[in-house]
Design a protein around this ligand. Structure first.
Ligand code: HEC
Length: 102
């Protein structure tokens, strides 16, 4: 019985964690990126948006491509190293961008 309860608690905790993770990509995006990319746009270079077509033009088609830009951006964009945004958080932001801005 005790063992069963432990398993149940772990399962509930895991469920909560995955909900928290799902929200964090959006929150992190709002915190770090939306100043320049409101609604997936680009206030500095209007043609370099985060929408699928604009990304495809630059050969960006997955989260790796987005994280690469965060780590090594072109002129005008803030650089985000792994101290500022961890690899895990960077991927969460990238996944949020890919699923949100079509
Ligand atoms: C200070 C403003 C600024 C911030 C903050 C910013 N960006 Fe950018 N971003 C830019 C500019 C400017 C470009 C275009 C770069 C160029 O080509 O010169 C860009 C381009 C991009 C591109 C390529 C888009 C394309 O269509 O080619 C991606 C992806 C991107 N940013 C992701 C992010 C993410 C993710 C964050 C947050 C972690 C972020 N940016 C924060 C200014 C910003």
């Amino acid at each position: 019985m005790k063992k069963l309860m432990t398993v149940t608690a772990a399962t509930i905790l895991a469920a909560f964690t995955s909900v928290a993770l799902a929200a964090s990509g959006e929150e992190l995006f709002k915190q770090h990126c939306s100043v320049c990319h409101p609604d997936g746009g680009n206030i500095i270079k209007p043609n370099r948006t985060l929408h699928k077509k604009a990304l495809a033009k630059e050969g960006i088609k997955d989260s790796k491509g987005i994280v690469k830009i965060m780590r090594n951006p072109e002129a005008g964009m803030t650089k985000f190293d792994a101290k500022t945004i961890s690899d895990k958080d960077a991927k969460a932001i990238a996944d949020y961008i890919l699923k949100t801005f079509k």
